[in-house]
Design a protein around this ligand. Structure first.
Ligand code: FAD
Ligand code: FES
Length: 338
């Protein structure tokens, strides 16, 4: 049997059970969402004991060196003990500044960080409610802008999105953890072709990356493909058309699967549109965000079209592992062994 010590109590772990699942099973609330080692919302720190390498996959070297690990990817060998603490010291308090609909099912959330929060446009962060409910959101704003901007998709019954759209109000306090992810613009090759593609709120990081690239003087073509089922799923259309009018190298292509053919709107599959507009993206760089299946499929197609894998950056918006993952006030531990 392996054990984990958290808040001065020992908790036994079952064979193959992750630290996160073991703690949750025994009534200990730990922030989490994807349970797949992607979102980093379950970040913890080991104060003693050896952290398995797999539990640090994808973390920044500075976090690894300080013994941070992902509780959902951390399984201990039989007989191993680990003493752990939460990642609270990595969190920055923030105030909700504004909540504003961008479309029927997308909410723009503007936040003001009460302490320095360094990020690159397009990276993602973990947003934590006061009771520990945690979800990842990509950052649509630029670091030099006053507020952090998130685009939150409203899901029927979704714990965080329902709270943000019905209960949260300007002035409320939340916490931010992160940022993480490799989806951001890197200066140095201003003539390079950039392919930005995503569906739904996958636009959030792309909106940040496109504006960041333009602000940094990118001169090569920037293709921004935003897909939705129908035109109600598109948002920021006028803002992006206006941005493209000011920057001739920005080619904004909104696209819907169903609907009437209108000027400036493509009807059909996003991958077909990308293939038609950018048949030879060789030597370019791509950013793919949003629906996990679409991200995976576009990644493969762009690779086959000639892009190098190292030049394809993707953030799949994995859903939380359960409807109420991390929701509700943190339950107190009840049946822990000491
Ligand atoms: C790296 C990363 C970046 C992300 N960036 C964004 C972002 O910028 N904007 C954004 O809106 N979301 C983003 N997400 C997804 C986000 O973290 C939440 O998972 C999602 O918004 C649902 O949270 P919720 O609390 O509202 O609903 P939950 O309570 O988590 O889910 C309610 C129900 O809906 C299901 N569900 C959750 N997501 C989906 C989905 N996409 N399609 C269908 N069913 C679903 C759940 O399984 C559950 O049954 C990102 C995720 C990751 C991992
Ligand atoms: S990385 Fe552990 S819950 Fe997402």
């Amino acid at each position: 049997m392996s054990r984990v010590n958290y808040q001065e109590r020992w908790y036994p772990l079952e064979a193959q059970e992750s630290v996160l699942d073991g703690l949750l099973r025994q009534g200990v609330g730990v922030p989490h969402a994807c349970k797949a080692g992607v979102c980093q919302s379950c970040l913890m720190r080991a104060s003693s004991g050896a952290v398995p390498e797999k539990a640090q996959a994808g973390l920044k070297e500075t976090l690894k060196a300080r013994n941070y690990f992902l509780a959902c990817s951390c399984q201990l060998e039989p007989g191993m003990d680990l003493e752990v603490a939460g990642g609270e010291e990595l969190r920055v308090p923030a105030r909700i500044e504004a909540l504003e609909p961008l479309s029927a099912d997308v909410l723009r959330v503007r936040l003001w960080a009460r302490a320095p929060f360094e990020y690159r446009a397009g990276q993602y962060l973990t947003l934590l409610r006061e009771d520990g409910l945690a979800r990842s959101y990509s950052v649509a704003s630029l670091p030099r802008e006053e507020h952090l901007e998130l685009h939150v998709r409203l899901l029927p019954g979704g714990a965080m999105s329902t709270w943000l759209s019905t209960e949260a109000k300007p002035g409320d306090t939340v916490s931010l953890q992160g940022p993480a992810g490799e989806c951001f613009y890197v200066a140095g090759r201003p003539e390079q072709t950039l392919v930005l593609a995503g569906t739904g709120t996958g636009l959030a990081p792309l909106y940040g990356i496109a504006r960041d690239a333009l602000a940094q003087g990118h001169t090569g073509p920037i293709w921004l493909f935003h897909g939705a089922r129908d035109s109600r799923g598109l948002y920021l259309v006028e803002a992006l058309r206006a941005l493209a009018a000011r920057h001739p190298n920005l080619h904004y292509r909104p696209s819907v699967l169903e609907g009437r053919l209108e000027e400036g709107l493509h009807v059909g599959a996003l991958d077909a549109l990308i293939r038609a507009e950018c048949p030879k993206p060789t030597g370019g760089r791509a950013f793919l965000c949003g629906n996990p299946e679409l991200v995976l499929s576009l990644r493969k197609k762009l690779f086959l079209a000639g892009l190098s894998m190292k030049d394809i950056h993707a953030d799949a918006f994995l859903p939380s592992a359960s409807p109420a993952a991390g929701a509700g006030a943190m339950p107190r531990a009840s049946n822990a062994s000491r």
